[in-house]
Design a protein around this ligand. Sequence first.
Ligand SMILES: [Zn+2]
Ligand SMILES: [Zn+2]
Length: 353
Amino acid sequence: MNSEYHEMTGAVHLHSDFSDGTLSIPEIASIAGEKGLNYLMFSDHNTLAPKHQGLEGWYGDVLVLIGCELNDPHDRNHYLAFRIDREIAEGQWPEQYVRQVREAGGFGVIAHPAEKRNFSEAYPPYPWTAWHVDGFDGIEIWNQLSEWAEGVTRRNLLWRLLHPLRSIRFPVWETLERWDQLNRGKRIVGIGGIDVHAHRFKVFKLFPVEIYPYKVQFKSIRTHLLVKADLNPEMTFRDAESHVYEALSQGRCFISNHSLGDACDFRFSAVSSDKCYPMGSRLVNEPPVRLLASMPAKASIRLLWNGSIIREAGARVLEHQVIRPGVYRIEVFRKRRGWIYSNPIVVEPGAND
Ligand SMILES: [Zn+2]
Ligand SMILES: [Zn+2]
């Protein structure tokens, strides 16, 4: 099913030494290749310099795409701007940069929308507050750095520094709720961001510890794409890039926490009149629609309809006959933690609804 698609596993929302990351793009791509990733999407703060210096392209089998991360004059409303060629001026408001990314034919993603961390004045939260602004394409439903930092206290700081992957539990419920609500209107693609910087941080003013080195981050939150071709270095960068953005803009992707197991081969699709529709699809409930989710391993699965859990099972496969139109998506859990989050399939009302 959906065998026309090829799966690519990668990491989105990376910082390099072009802003406040700590390694160069070639060094980071080399680590990603060792960890089995197929693509990386960089978003250094307010700069497209690495793109303009020709650093996009293939690094071995790893495809590197470069965008940037924008923010407003209060350093809020962070926005990942991909597939743009010209810099967006700093000091603007989200109304302006969301529109400019859209007009440039870019792909814009709201970063860490519900960030609330408050453990340190030096690292304040950077939430998205401009919900009145329309025109964004996606939303980061899971941001690893935010989740790590939100749970930090003086008592658990050292433990969290030493065991970073164990602090990844779930996306923020508030963000998932908003995402479900947004998709009732139009497609808003969910992606997972790692927000990697690999800062060195002095613990209790004593010894420096690197927070989340790149090699550790690459074992955590991954965004899996279902692309329409087998992307490899024989293909030109432009062709490969267009396949990545085609899959992203159609919502043909899912998010996994790789530290709980390899989620490759997870699929969520709809079948109607013997035709198969992948995740991200929007289709009419006429003739009747059947949903099918298959896991790479037996796990605890939930099917959600408009944000409410309507089915739960411990299984490898879940099937569901659609009765009501709405936004359907899958969540999978392992060891009582979030493992896989699908993009939704939206069923629009048919003649009988
Ligand atoms: Zn940010
Ligand atoms: Zn960032």
